[in-house]
Design a protein around this ligand. Structure first.
Ligand SMILES: Cc1cc2nc3c(=O)[nH]c(=O)nc-3n(C[C@H](O)[C@H](O)[C@H](O)COP(=O)(O)OP(=O)(O)OC[C@H]3O[C@@H](n4cnc5c(N)ncnc54)[C@H](O)[C@@H]3O)c2cc1C
Length: 603
C-alpha cells in the first residue's frame, strides 16, 4: 500500500502534489485517483496515519484529542489580545491524516442557503453546490430525504447510542420556552432545534475522510499511482522563474522523531502539473507566506523574499466565538459520559465489550438560534441596525448555533461528582476579525496570530453572545432533569440576584418564569464573556476566494493570483462565514476542488 513514512527514493516527481491530507485534501486525492488511476498523486500530510487509531474510530473518545500532548490535533498559539483582557487563544486544528474530520466532534451541520449564495462567486451558488454536498453523504437522519444524499462515502446517523431522556427533556423544554423545534435544521433553509445526527455510521464508527475516501483507494490495488506520505511537514512551495509552482520542500515532522533525535534535513519533490495546498485555514496562509506569496510588508518583516504580492494572505481570520455552559442534572451515570471526563473510563473494557456508548459523541441535539424581532431592540440600537442590514431579509440565517451535550465538556476533576449537561454556543457571523502571519522563514518560529474575538468596535458580538446565554439558560431551566448551574462555569451573579446560580433537588415548579436580568447582571455577564469567550475551532477565511482588489487570494477556480499551477482548497478560501459547524463546508470544498481540477487537467 503506497502509504509511506519515508518518501521512496524513486518518487522524485509526480503529476499532482497535495500539501495537507485533511478534510478537503483527502477528498481531492481520492476523487482525482478515481478519475484517472494513471495520474500520479502525492499527498504530504504532517500528521500520522489515522488507521486503527481508537481515538479516531470511537466517537466517545472525542475529548482525548484535546489534551495538550495529543498527537491527533495541532494547537496553534496566538498572541495576547487586549480586548480579551490579555488572554491568548490556543486554537486546535486537526493534525492527523483526515485532518479535522478525524478529530472533530462529529456534529453534522450544514450551512444556510444564503451563505454560499452570499459568496457571490460564479459556480459556487447553493444550487450549484448542493449536488456536490449531497454526493459526500449517505444520510440516515430525519426530515425530507430529497434534501440529502444517499450514496456518498460519509454516513450520517445517530450512531449506536443517544441519551434519550436527556435529549427529549431538552426538546420539550425548548418547546415550552417558545423556541422552534424542527425535524431537520440541516436542509439549508430551516432554523430551529433538532434531535442531532452526526458523522457517525449506524454501527458507531466515526466517518472521517481518510477512512471513507482515501484509505480504501490505497488498499484496493487499483490506484498504484496514489501515494500518501505521512508525518512530514511541507515547508515551502517551490516556484520556477515564471512563478509556476513546480514542487514542494518538506521535512519529517519533529513531533514524531524520538526524543532528542535531530530532524533530518529537508527534501523536495516535483510536480509536473499542479500543486494543491490544503493545509487548513491556519496552515495555508503560513505556507504561502513562507514561500514568498503574501503582503510585501509582512514578508519583509519576516525576512522572506517576495515571489508574488498578495496582501490578502492571512489578512483576515474568522472563527465562531464560543462559550460552554454546564448544568447539574438528575441523569443517571449511564446517561452521560461523565465517567470519561472524570478519567474513570476503562477504554479496554468498553472496546472488549463493544459498549454501545462508544458510538456516541454526546451531542444529542443541535440548534440554530435566531432571536424574535421583539428581542432585537433589547440589544441596543447598533444591534438593531446590524440586524436590519444583515439578518432581517435572510430568514435562514442563525445568529448562533448550539450543541446540546449530555456530559460535562472537559476533564471534570475540579467539580463535584455528578451527571452534567452542557450547552455550547457558537456565534455564526461575528463582526470581529483577526489575522495570521509568519514572523520568520523558520517553521518553528512563533506566529503573528490574533483571533480578534470580540474586537468589533460596536460590541455586536458580545451582545449576541449575551442573548444566546440567556435564551439557552431559559430552556435548560425548564428541563425536567435540571438541577442548577455549575457556578464556576457561569457568570458570578450576585447571590441576591434573580440570575444567581442555584443548586436544587427537584425541577423548578411550573410555570417557570424567565429570569429578569438587571443592568448589573448584564455587566457581570459581559465581563464573564470577555474573560471566557474562546475559539469555536472553526477557523476560516484566511486566503479568501474573492476579487484581487477585495484582498482575494484565489479566483473562482481556486487558482492563486499572480502565480501558476497553484490552487488552494480548504477552509482558508471561504470568502465569508457560514451558519454551521464547518466540516460540511470543508467537505464541499474538497468535492468542488476535485471537480475543478478534473476539468482543468482534462482527466
Ligand atoms: C476540536 C474540533 C472540533 C470540531 N468539531 C466539529 C464538529 O463537530 N462539526 C463540524 O462540522 N466541524 C467541526 N470542527 C471543524 C472541522 O473539523 C474543520 O473546519 C475542518 O476539518 C477543516 O477542514 P480543512 O480541510 O479546511 O482543514 P483540515 O481538516 O484541518 O486539514 C488540514 C490538514 O493539513 C495538515 N497540515 C497542516 N499543515 C501542514 C504542513 N505544513 N504540511 C503538511 N500537512 C499539514 C493537517 O495535519 C491537516 O491534516 C471541529 C474542529 C476541531 C479542531
Amino acid at each position: 500500500m503506497p502509504l509511506h513514512t519515508q518518501l521512496p527514493g524513486d518518487l522524485k516527481q509526480v503529476d499532482v502534489i497535495i500539501a495537507g491530507g485533511g478534510t478537503a485534501g483527502c477528498i481531492i486525492a481520492a476523487r482525482l485517483a478515481e478519475a484517472d488511476p494513471t495520474l500520479s498523486i502525492l499527498v504530504v500530510e504532517g500528521g500520522a496515519n489515522n488507521e486503527g487509531n481508537p481515538i479516531v474510530k470511537h466517537p466517545a473518545f472525542l475529548l482525548a484529542g484535546m489534551v495538550p500532548e495529543s498527537k491527533t490535533n495541532m494547537f496553534v498559539q496566538g498572541l495576547e489580545e487586549e480586548q480579551l483582557e490579555g488572554r491568548a487563544q490556543v486554537v486546535p486544528t486537526g493534525g492527523i491524516l483526515g485532518g479535522g474530520s478525524s478529530t472533530n466532534f462529529m456534529m453534522y451541520s450544514r450551512a444556510s442557503r444564503s451563505d454560499y449564495d452570499g459568496w457571490k462567486t460564479p459556480g459556487w451558488s447553493t444550487d450549484e453546490l448542493l449536488p456536490l454536498i449531497n454526493k459526500t453523504e449517505t444520510y440516515h437522519g430525519p426530515g425530507d430525504m430529497s434534501k440529502h444524499g444517499h450514496n456518498g462515502p460519509i454516513h450520517i446517523s445517530t450512531g449506536t447510542f443517544r441519551s434519550e431522556r436527556s435529549r427529549e427533556s431538552f426538546i420539550a423544554a425548548a418547546q415550552r420556552a417558545g423556541r422552534p423545534v424542527v425535524e431537520d435544521a440541516q436542509a439549508f433553509d430551516e432554523i430551529g432545534i433538532q434531535r442531532a445526527v452526526s458523522y457517525i455510521s449506524p454501527d458507531g464508527v466515526r466517518q472521517d475522510v481518510a477512512s471513507r475516501y482515501l484509505l480504501p483507494k490505497l488498499q484496493d490495488g487499483l490506484h498504484p499511482e496514489l501515494h500518501v506520505l505521512v508525518q512530514h511537514q511541507v515547508l515551502r512551495i517551490q516556484f520556477d522563474d515564471n512563478k509556476k509552482a513546480v514542487g514542494v520542500q518538506f521535512r519529517p515532522n519533529p513531533l514524531f522523531s524520538a526524543d532528542g533525535e535531530p530532524v533530518s534535513s529537508t527534501q523536495s519533490v516535483r510536480a509536473r502539473k499542479l500543486v494543491v495546498v490544503s493545509t487548513g485555514a491556519l496552515g495555508t496562509p503560513i505556507l504561502l507566506e513562507r514561500s514568498g506569496v503574501g503582503s510585501p510588508e509582512v514578508l519583509k518583516r519576516a525576512g522572506v523574499s517576495l515571489v508574488a504580492e498578495l496582501p490578502g494572505v492571512g489578512a483576515v481570520y474568522q472563527d465562531h466565538p464560543s462559550c460552554l455552559y454546564p448544568y447539574r442534572t438528575s441523569l443517571n451515570p449511564e446517561e452521560t459520559l461523565d465517567v470519561f471526563t472524570r478519567g474513570e473510563l476503562d477504554f479496554g473494557e468498553w472496546i472488549k465489550n463493544n459498549e454501545p456508548r462508544l458510538g456516541w459523541n454526546v451531542m444529542d441535539a443541535s440548534a440554530k438560534w435566531r432571536p424574535e424581532d421583539s428581542e432585537i431592540d433589547q440589544l441596543g440600537p447598533e444591534f438593531r441596525a446590524a440586524w436590519d442590514r444583515d439578518f432581517k431579509s435572510k430568514p435562514d440565517r442563525p445568529i448562533a448555533i448550539g450543541a446540546y451535550v449530555s456530559s460535562f465538556p472537559a476533564m471534570a476533576t475540579d467539580i463535584p461528582r455528578g451527571q452534567y449537561i452542557t450547552v455550547s454556543n457558537f456565534l455564526t457571523y461575528p463582526y470581529s476579525r483577526g489575522h495570521i502571519h509568519v514572523t520568520s522563514p523558520d517553521p518553528s518560529s512563533p506566529l503573528d496570530f490574533k483571533t480578534g474575538l470580540l474586537s468589533d468596535p460596536q460590541n455586536l458580538d458580545l451582545k449576541a453572545l449575551l442573548w444566546t446565554y440567556k435564551i439557552h439558560r431559559e430552556i435548560v431551566r425548564r428541563m425536567s432533569i435540571y438541577r442548577g448551574e455549575v457556578p464556576s462555569w457561569h457568570p458570578p451573579f450576585a447571590s441576591d440576584s434573580a440570575a444567581a446560580c442555584i443548586a436544587i433537588d427537584e425541577p423548578l415548579p411550573e410555570p417557570v418564569q424567565n429570569i429578569q436580568y438587571t443592568a448589573q447582571d448584564d455587566a457581570i455577564l459581559e465581563k464573564f464573556l470577555v474573560e471566557r469567550v474562546a475559539t469555536g475551532w472553526h477557523s476560516l477565511g484566511t486566503c479568501r476566494m474573492a476579487p484581487l482588489d477585495d484582498d482575494g487570494v484565489v479566483d473562482k477556480d481556486l487558482n492563486v493570483y499572480g502565480v501558476g499551477q497553484l490552487k488552494l482548497a480548504d477552509l482558508s478560501i471561504a470568502p465569508e462565514n457560514v451558519g454551521a459547524h464547518t466540516n460540511n463546508t470543508a467537505l464541499m470544498i474538497g468535492e468542488k476542488a476535485a471537480e475543478i481540477i478534473i476539468r482543468d487537467l482534462e482527466l
